[in-house]
Design a protein around this ligand. Sequence first.
Ligand SMILES: [Zn+2]
Length: 263
Amino acid sequence: MNPKNTPITFIDSHCHLDFSRFSDVDSVIATAKCHGVTQFIVPSVDHHNWQAVLNLAKRHQAIFFALGVHPYFLSTDNQLAQLSELAQQHHASLVAIGEIGLDGAIHTPLTEQLTVLKYQLKLAKKFDLPVICHAHKAYDPLLKQLRIYQLVRGGVIHGFSGSLVQAREFIKLGFKLGIGGGVTYPRATKIKTTLSQLSLSDILLETDAPDMPLHQQQGMINTPANVALIAQVIAEIFNTSLSDVANQTTLNCQQIFRLDQKQ
Ligand SMILES: [Zn+2]
């Protein structure tokens, strides 16, 4: 229950509203708002969608965007110089460099991924921005880079599923852990145990919509409205109220991305 009777609101800290599976973004946003999800961080994945996320943010006050090159989408085009230029041009409204990261389960060699990651970590440092990180089978090599670059503004490890030790190392470096639909599965005991030993101030809520469907929604398009369901599970793990989860994770998100200062 919410004692003050103020509406409970959430932020989806990671959703891909520009993806073509969302043919009607306005209605996705309207439905999310009905479930208390009032703000949205939309990261990009490579040069093909930079303009799309920028345009979405321009069109909707509730949407904020990030620019970056995801390890799945490294290419030979000169994306990085272009990214640097765009970041310069839009740094007043840009909330993060992302999504960027490392993936140990894809064909692209880690050495290639590292070159692109390092460039983007430098860029985040230059523009005093946090980073949105994708990491899969690569938490330790990512930690190594983050220790070298020591970003003052930290960032988020999106879709976190690592160990408690790794969680604490990221948190020490000023990072939050992005928690999404994975936590709603009964088999997700590892992440639940990890979270129960951390603090609510360490996490951000996210859906990664349209991907990463929740338990009992397999095969469906994931949408930001589901943040409310993820928050419910988080409230159970932390043995606290839904409003407590909403307030603390909203504050975490606003602080990491400085949403109040963005235009
Ligand atoms: Zn994503």
